[in-house]
Design a protein around this ligand. Structure first.
Ligand code: ADP
Length: 401
């Protein structure tokens, strides 16, 4: 069975085609700068055939046509006919209060995706364009929407409400939604297979998705009860360039003192803050570690702040869960950065958490148990795979497996 996964952005379209039975990617590609200058197309398949060239891509329709033509190219065929693709899973960033699980895209579900535009004005319209173009160019193939927010839909109101007048929740849906749901769902599913504790309704798990964007989920018995991101991905831990949770009064304070518009403050908090803003060097932890090891104070501070904030969030989620059984690290930093993992684990050692330092230092991008046998908390590194997660959820929804 072949499942195509599409992640459509405002000027880009990424795809992966899975041989689902073997959980293998048989082709993947990226159309960049669609509808703007210097559009570019990259593609590679399992046989090693690679395309990496400028292409005319005036619209998302062009991008999907380019993808289809490339998959069917008689010289380097990935598939013989389009109907070999059983279903298409689309990443959709915001499902608002409407989607708690993946759905087949119908006129009704597309209307609900449109209702989520105000919460994700850059991503959701682009995600929907991807769905509509695939519908028209791949008739008869089910198109499934998989939502970044859906995993967090189970949060109770006391976790998702903000302490602002209730009318803003009613009028504009101002509440916490959370993101990275496909990743948190994927590693939760894998943790349920790896844990040595009983996987029952009382199992207490925290998943730490630490990448350029970073978020945590508190998961009880496989069900999300809290997460660190909010109405937008700006809330929670400081990230590559996002500030994370700050005193909201900083917004008018900066706007007044520096004579900035609201959009300018928004840009500053999203793109110039976090690890980049503190270190003044980079948003990438590898660069920041390198500078810290040369004695750069701000680089060191950025890493220390990140780890301290992670421990604070973990502590609050441990309280919310009433204890902790299992912690999972995933995404770029979680999978690769042994220094950050060690510092965070040290901060939770008061719970009887112990990791094997040698295993931790040697673990980069592979699945591993970091905790020692006498640790009271299990700690795993589980590489995330958001595309495979979308493919799995698509297959589950269509009851294809
Ligand atoms: P996103 O998908 O949100 O763009 P990723 O999950 O790919 O982000 O994570 C990117 C981050 O992971 C980089 O900013 C970098 O800081 C970190 N990272 C990746 N590889 C390593 C590594 N080998 N050591 C330390 N950090 C790494």
């Amino acid at each position: 069975m072949k499942i195509l996964v599409i992640n459509s952005g405002s000027s880009s379209l990424k795809y992966q085609l899975f041989d689902y039975d073997n959980k293998k990617v048989i082709a993947k590609g990226l159309c960049e700068r669609i509808g703007i200058d210097n559009p570019h197309f990259k593609h590679e398949d399992a046989s090693g055939h690679v395309i990496n060239e400028d292409r005319r891509l005036d619209s998302h329709g062009d991008a999907v046509r380019t993808m289809i033509d490339t998959l069917l190219d008689p010289e380097f065929p990935v598939i013989g006919k389009l109907d070999e693709i059983t279903a298409v899973g689309h990443r959709i960033v915001h499902g608002g209060p409407y989607f708690s699980k993946p759905v087949i895209m119908t006129e009704e579900s597309k209307d609900s995706v449109r209702k989520c535009f105000p919460w994700s004005p850059l991503h959701n319209p682009a995600n929907l364009i991807g769905v509509e173009v695939c519908e028209s160019l791949m008739p008869g193939i089910p198109q499934v929407g998989v939502f970044d927010t859906a995993f967090h839909h189970s949060m109770p109101p006391e976790a998702y409400m903000y302490g602002i007048p209730y009318e803003y929740y009613e009028k504009y849906g101002v509440r916490r939604y959370g993101f990275h749901g496909t990743s948190h769902a994927y590693v939760t599913r894998r943790a349920s297979e790896l844990t040595q504790f009983e996987w029952n309704a009382s199992h207490r798990l925290i998943t730490c998705h630490l990448g350029n964007g970073a978020s945590f989920a508190a998961v009880k018995g496989g069900v999300c009860i809290d997460t660190s991101m909010g109405l937008t991905p700006l809330e929670g831990i400081m990230m590559g360039t996002r500030c994370g949770s700050i005193d909201p009064a900083i917004v008018p304070f900066l706007a007044k003192l520096d004579n900035l518009s609201l959009d300018e403050v928004d840009g500053l908090l999203n793109h110039k803050s976090g690890i980049y803003g503190i270190s003044g060097i980079s948003s990438d932890f590898r660069d920041v570690h390198a500078a810290a090891s040369q004695g750069n104070y701000r680089a060191k501070l950025a890493v220390q702040m990140f780890c301290y904030q992670a421990v604070k969030i973990l502590g609050s989620f441990i309280a919310a869960l009433g204890g902790i059984d299992t912690i999972v690290f995933t995404a770029g930093i979680g999978e690769n950065d042994s220094v950050v993992r060690q510092s965070i684990c040290e901060g939770i050692s008061y719970r009887g958490l112990k990791i094997d330092d040698d295993i931790n230092n040697a673990t980069h991008g592979k699945e591993v148990k970091l905790s020692t046998d006498d640790s009271l908390v299990e700690v795993f590194v589980i590489p995330t795979n958001e595309e495979l997660s979308i493919a799995m959820q698509t297959v589950d929804l269509l009851a294809l497996a």
